[in-house]
Design a protein around this ligand. Sequence first.
Ligand SMILES: Nc1ncnc2c1ncn2[C@@H]1O[C@H](COP(=O)(O)OP(=O)(O)OP(=O)(O)O)[C@@H](O)[C@H]1O
Ligand SMILES: [Mg+2]
Length: 352
Amino acid sequence: MTVSLTLDHITAHYGSTQVLEDLSLAIKAGELVSLLGSSGCGKTTTLRLVAGFLEPTSGTIQLGERDLTRLAAHKRDIGLVFQNYALFPHLSVRDNVAFGLKQRGLGGTERTAKANAMLERVGLSSFADRMPAALSGGQKQRVALARALVIEPPLLMFDEPLSNLDAKLRVDMRVEIRRLQRANGTTSLYVTHDQEEAFSISDRVAIMNAGRIMQLDRPEVLYQRPANSFVARFVGFENLIGMTVTARDGETVTAVTQAGATLKLSQSVFGAIPDRFVLAARPDGLAVSREGEGIPVTLGIRTYLGRAYQYQCTTPAGDYLGNGPLTELLDPGTAAVLTPVPEQCCILPSDA
Ligand SMILES: Nc1ncnc2c1ncn2[C@@H]1O[C@H](COP(=O)(O)OP(=O)(O)OP(=O)(O)O)[C@@H](O)[C@H]1O
Ligand SMILES: [Mg+2]
């Protein structure tokens, strides 16, 4: 049975300190959603609320038809996989996996059969009789995964499950987690601060900052169409240029930077442009050339990228990064212009 998970207007405190502010999140049945954000933004706190280790100050948590908000943790039936595998050191691999089944009242024969089948699925059949101390980090993590999956929980939650593993194993394991999650159709909430991991494993990603969700979307949308400056910066739009519209003529909008540089932008390529906005661009999205229309800049340090030259560009309103063609080598101190490449830029609401 697959179910949805809904957090509705959750606020949470530790003592008098607020750590989550009006957080709402709806995960569809069978979906894997990641919480992505820097250290201390409230990812683990969100999982603790869903697991029942912490009570929200206000708001509700719903798993399918069940209201979890005030339900005791042990009645929530959630599979948890954490960073430190928390295996029982005195139990064999098989008994570790079977542990949750025993708690749920299954008989010995059935427990062993289910544990063996799950160990087969995570590729650890030949390790069933080993003790955890005799396993590698990746093997321990797979046991932890098997232990969470074997109880067939309606919800799986992962908190940085791969952060103790080396780079190669992390990639292998995230593919493995995704495969098992898909095969079982288990609704999942996954926490990481690694953008690549979140984007590669998730149906949708929630980007968090200071206890709030800044945007929840498919990875493609986050990467190409961030909704605000915070998310834009997070996914690599290094240039955020504050602009004000000074004239409108049909689809053509004239806008100025804080330094007074003028750009003409067409709403038929950029979409609707409000009176005050932020033009967001990765270095790829600001073309450097000797002359033409655009933002006047003085070039600084040049970096060879293989496919282009990247230039530090100085203006009175701030410094930007733009890319220029390999066919034209420009030196530091040269006066140049930056022209937005429409399909590589986003128009964002003004922060102020
Ligand atoms: N038991 C606690 N008592 C008081 N404050 C806490 C407690 N646990 C966490 N906090 C604070 O709450 C905030 C959110 O912490 P949380 O553990 O949810 O962050 P996180 O996003 O999981 O970070 P990380 O990526 O470092 O694991 C932080 O400012 C943290 O210092
Ligand atoms: Mg955490």
